[in-house]
Design a protein around this ligand. Structure first.
Ligand code: NAD
Length: 482
């Protein structure tokens, strides 16, 4: 078992308390342990961040960009090792973990480029001999709280724009998957990030929550995770002048219209539903199919599902790994069981794999449920596992109604050859991310990203849009006349 240190004030530190990290492919023994920081350690991290911010806000954007570019290069050089640790704590396949590492490097590179741009504009001023501009400046100390499902790119998605803009940060990675975040911190540290600019608070959320949230130096909280925790944190910040950005749950639908390329649609739905064992915020979990093609589409989807190879993420040939933890596996199986009690039909999967070699892991077979009506909870509730729920509809209008009949609004897709239907869908689906003839998942670093309704908050992530959250606008008028 490896013992890891965490980054605070530019030093790699430990404490007397530990959190064990397990490999979800085989839970028998922990693979690593990381420090479980205390409330006092969190306050020390804020002290470091305060000093880090003083340095970093005055560091030239070109130097910030250099450090971020070097960190991206280090991630690329270390990709094999990072992907092993990532797959070994989260369960995703080697290919998925490699892709995630490369994308984390992309985030740093993209925002290194953005950091070099001016964050301001000259505007006219009615007063004579007066030049007025507005410019973006950093906020101060940002807290980033991240989930286990993309343990490297979610921190990178937040830290890259945060640091590019000149803020200091505390990063609280998910308790199940801290190693990936520590790799990111190590790359930034090795690239020359000044002490205190980034501090990684490994620890148990509930134990250090108060210290993380109540510190008066906190100016913004960017959170990705469950609605339950996100809403709690948002409520606890209410009444204070602290910005909140939330990327929360989803119940993403893909619509397959009767004129669609059904083979392409089935492949895309299988990818969007089962990649990362369905543990993606943008995973497709509802499939809405026009009745004339329901049977044919289902047949194609079941063939795609049967072709998946379940196993340890790092094993040769695996196309779907385990879920992140026994807790997650059991929750998914309970949700499927309830769906069946409420009338859904299991068309594939629905259980743990029969293969005894997988008996110590957190596996769930890829699952397809047919004829899932409105009364079945799984149609509305997020599962965050490899489960697709199918339903037939009789028209485009009904499909859109069904897509929008959800508390969530993260991503939706439509498969059709009708340009008019594609555009109407993009206009009428109440989601932050709309895909036509492609998957609900898979957005690039420069694509603004974020959900509507209970899936998110008004601030988008990614692209230049992300800077709105991590900066404030200052307007400056300069009178240069006599
Ligand atoms: P979670 O809400 O349980 O935990 C998220 C983070 O919050 C973890 O770091 C956790 O340790 C921390 N935390 C928990 N309680 C805390 C507290 N009281 N104070 C401070 N921090 C606390 O979520 P999860 O189970 O890790 O992730 C799965 C969820 O994330 C799913 O609901 C999924 O939809 C969502 N998600 C959303 C997006 C998106 O972009 N919309 C992306 C990925 C995941």
């Amino acid at each position: 078992m490896r013992t890891l240190e965490t980054l605070s004030g530019g030093e790699w530190v430990t404490t007397g308390e530990w959190i064990d990290v397990h490999d979800p492919a085989d839970l028998r023994a922990p693979v690593a342990r990381v420090p479980a920081l205390s409330a006092a350690d969190v306050t020390r991290a804020y002290d470091h961040a305060e000093r880090g911010f003083t340095t970093w806000r005055r560091t030239s954007p070109f130097e910030r960009a250099r450090i971020m570019t070097d960190a991206a290069r280090l991630l690329r050089e270390r990709v094999a090792r990072i992907a092993e640790d990532l797959a070994g704590e989260m369960g995703k396949t080697r290919a998925e973990a490699t892709g995630e590492t490369v994308k984390a490097a992309d985030f740093l590179e993209y925002y290194a480029g953005v950091a070099r741009q001016g964050y301001g504009t000259l505007v006219h001023d009615a007063r004579p001999d007066t030049r007025t501009s507005h410019q973006r400046e950093p906020l101060g100390i940002v807290l980033a709280v991240t989930p286990w499902n993309d343990p490297l790119i979610t921190p990178a998605r937040k830290l890259a724009p945060c640091l590019a803009a000149g803020n200091a940060a505390l990063l609280k990675p998910a308790t199940d998957t801290p190693q990936a975040a520590l790799h990111l911190a190590r790359a930034l540290h090795d690239a020359g990030l000044p002490p205190g600019v980034l501090n990684v608070v490994t620890g148990r959320g509930a134990q250090i929550s108060e210290a993380l949230l109540s510190d008066p130096r906190l100016v913004a909280l960017t959170f990705t995770g469950s609605n339950e925790v996100g809403e709690d944190l948002r409520a606890r910040l209410a009444g204070r002048n602290v910005r909140f950005q939330g990327e929360l749950g989803g119940k993403n639908a893909t619509v397959v219209l009767a004129d669609a390329d059904l083979t392409a649609a089935a492949r895309a739905v299988a990818v969007a539903g089962f990649a990362q064992a369905g543990q993606r915020c943008t995973a497709t979990s509802r499939v809405v199919v026009e009745r004339p093609v329901y049977e044919e589409f289902t047949r194609l989807l079941l063939a795609e599902t049967a072709a998946l190879r379940i196993g340890p993420g790092l094993a040769e040939g695996t196309t779907m790994g385990p879920l992140v933890s026994a807790r997650q596996r059991d929750g998914v199986l309970r949700a499927v069981e309830r769906a069946v009690e409420q009338g859904a039909t299991v068309l594939a999967g629905g259980d743990r794999p029969a293969d005894e070699a997988l008996g110590h892991g957190c596996y769930v077979d890829p699952t397809v449920l047919g004829d899932v009506s409105d009364e079945v909870d799984i149609w509305h509730e997020e599962v965050f596992g490899p489960v697709l729920a199918l339903r037939a509809v009789d028209s485009f209008e009904e499909a859109v109604r069904v897509v929008n009949d959800s508390d969530f609004g993260l991503a939706a897709a439509v498969f059709t050859r009708d340009l008019g239907a594609a555009h109407r869908f993009a206009e009428e689906a109440e989601c932050g991310q709309i895909a036509v003839n492609t998957t609900t998942s898979g957005w690039d670093v420069h694509h603004p990203f974020g959900g509507f309704r209970d899936s998110g908050s008004p601030f988008k992530e990614q692209g230049e849009e992300a800077l709105r959250f991590y900066t404030r606008v200052k307007t400056v008028a300069v009178h240069f006349g006599a």
